[in-house]
Design a binder for this molecule. Structure first.
Ligand code: ACM
Ligand code: ZN
Length: 549
């Protein structure tokens, strides 16, 4: 009888602990989560106490404080003072890596430490996920479960790209996208700012880039591969002023997100050519492209005036974006015009080039050197490996699968893995796309994203060349923020686990924890795709991805 009672008590204790452990669902999965006893009661009296009077530390707690305010019904006070019982005490711990953090939630206090303010920010992104959803329905007291968490990311580069050229998104919408990045502990926003269908960044020296290049006369209707294109006949456009760009950069920095601007060259340049026809080999006329796909009109590589233009544009870009990296595009550049252009051919002859691909390498090397002289580093899509190849200091973004990234890493170049097989969030998420909002094609369910191995076939000593991962959202068929969110959420969470929790991935656990995470999405007002919670589809389905969409 007594033995049975002990057994009963043990079962109760174990199930209570299981319930508590299940309550603690943090995405991306931390290094270590040890549930404790009891709860910390977050109330209107709770204060956040910072060890240092550091504006960065204030930024690191601000997002949590705003969220907590909604849970308790009143603004939480943030003060600079010594740690206290009953408070959330925040300090820096230089023995931790910069993005690492720890926190201990106990009934009488929460202690948070970060290797830097960025690490503290991530601690509070995790803590946000521990505020129970009920608290937001009935603000007052929010019970945060006792727990000890230790955490740091596996990869230093974790990012999502947004194309604002095919469709334009406002400053407020871009800020929401940055919030979504920060929520998933991503640290980089790749902003695709120029393309055939629109030039979206004000450049003071070349006003027609935006008075002409930011506006197209109409847009093709329906899917790209359908014949007999029809057009909507409606002018479409938009761009960011330099002040707006600065505002977004500031907003991102407050959320510990660096922005990488992408200025496409030498292809995807029709909008620039429409503004300044002397930039193209034929001299035009050109129009801001109303179609999707790859346009033959590209920057002329023969004339010095093109390089002068690109350097002048980049000078203003450098003023606006303080980060290390500038993305120069480089993808999908047809070389037909260069073959027929006397200026391009003259440069080829002078340089001893035998293949037009070498002209693109010439551009890459020249622009990279120019950027390096100004203390910046160049990123390009994996086409920059073609022709005469790249210098050791260029970073390669591998989108046509992982092959280019693997080759680049083996040559000693830094690589960001963004293969279209896993990271293209414009692809459909189910095998029945008719019930989904419009996508570009393909099939990348959440689980497919989750299976990405950024190291692929590399050996351990080559691993350090892989900086991390990124998703790409091309917006040919995406016209609203709500549609963006449907495409990105919850695939962003899967990508976040690849980037942050690579060595502890477990899809079953992830799927379970996502049930909590989507409640947070709802709380934030984000739309998300529900498909990952449906019955599993056939087990081979996640491996089938159309390569040419
Ligand atoms: C790309 O998808 N063209 C980089
Ligand atoms: Zn030319």
């Amino acid at each position: 009888m007594k033995k049975n009672l002990i057994l009963f008590c043990l079962i109760c204790l174990c199930s209570a602990m299981t319930v508590r452990a299940n309550d603690i669902a943090i995405i991306p999965e931390p290094v270590s989560v040890v549930p404790g006893d009891g709860v910390f009661k977050l109330t209107t009296k709770t204060r956040i106490l910072l060890a240092d009077d550091d504006p960065q530390l204030k930024n690191a707690v601000a997002v949590f404080a705003a969220d907590a305010e909604k849970a308790v019904g009143k603004e939480l006070r943030i003060e600079v003072r010594k740690p206290k019982k009953g408070a959330i005490n925040v300090s820096l711990n230089p023995s931790l890596e910069k993005e690492a953090y720890t926190f201990v939630v106990s009934p009488d206090r929460i202690e948070v430490e970060g290797g830097s303010p960025r690490g503290v920010f991530y601690a509070f992104q995790s803590l946000r996920q521990l505020i129970p959803d009920e608290a937001f329905d009935q603000p007052g007291v929010a019970a945060i479960p006792a727990v000890q968490v230790e955490d740091k990311p596996c990869f230093s580069y974790r990012s999502m790209m947004l194309d604002v050229c095919r469709h334009f998104f406002t400053v407020e919408e871009v800020k929401t996208y940055i919030d979504m990045l920060a929520l998933h502990k991503m640290n980089t926003f790749h902003w695709h700012l120029t393309d055939d269908q629109g030039w979206r960044i004000e450049i003071k020296r070349y006003p027609e880039l935006t008075t002409v290049g930011a506006q197209r006369n109409q847009t093709v209707v329906g899917r790209m591969k359908e014949k007999d294109n029809t057009y909507d006949g409606k002018p479409y456009g938009g761009y960011y002023t330099q002040d707006e760009i600065r505002e977004v950069v500031r907003y991102a920095a407050e959320r510990f997100v660096d922005i990488i601007p992408e200025i496409e060259m030498p292809g995807h340049a029709t909008a620039a050519l429409a503004a300044y026809p002397w930039l193209g080999c034929t001299g035009g006329p050109y129009e801001v492209w109303p179609d999707w796909g790859i346009n033959n009109e590209v920057f002329c590589m023969g004339r010095e005036s093109t390089f002068e233009f690109l350097e002048n544009v980049l000078s203003e870009v450098l003023e606006l974006f303080p980060g290390k990296y500038i993305h120069i595009g480089g993808d999908e550049c047809p070389r037909d015009r260069w073959k027929e252009c006397p200026d391009c051919q003259a440069r080829m002859k002078a340089e001893g080039f035998t293949d037009e691909a070498q002209l693109q390498s010439y551009l890459n090397h020249r622009i990279e050197q120019w950027l390096n002289e100004r203390g910046r580093s160049m990123i390009g899509w994996d086409e920059i490996l073609e022709g005469n190849g790249v210098s050791k200091t260029a970073t390669v973004m591998s989108w046509r699968g992982t092959k280019g990234g693997i080759a680049a890493a083996r040559m000693g170049n830094h690589v960001i893995m963004v293969p279209f097989t896993h990271c293209y969030f414009d692809y459909h998420q189910t095998k029945t796309p008719d019930r989904e909002p419009l996508g570009i094609g393909g099939y990348i369910p959440v689980e497919q994203v989750y299976t990405l191995d950024p190291y692929d076939s590399l050996t351990v000593n080559e691993y350090p060349y892989i900086l991390g991962v990124q998703s790409n959202l091309w917006t040919e068929y995406i016209t609203s923020l709500s549609h963006i969110q449907h495409m990105v959420l919850p695939r962003a969470a899967a990508l976040a686990e690849v980037g942050w929790s690579y060595d502890r991935k477990d899809y079953a656990r992830f799927r379970k924890h996502m049930e909590r995470m989507v409640k947070l999405y709802t709380r934030c007002g984000y739309n998300f795709a529900p498909y990952m919670f449906e019955e599993p589809q056939d087990e081979n389905s996640a491996k089938e991805v159309s390569a040419d969409e």
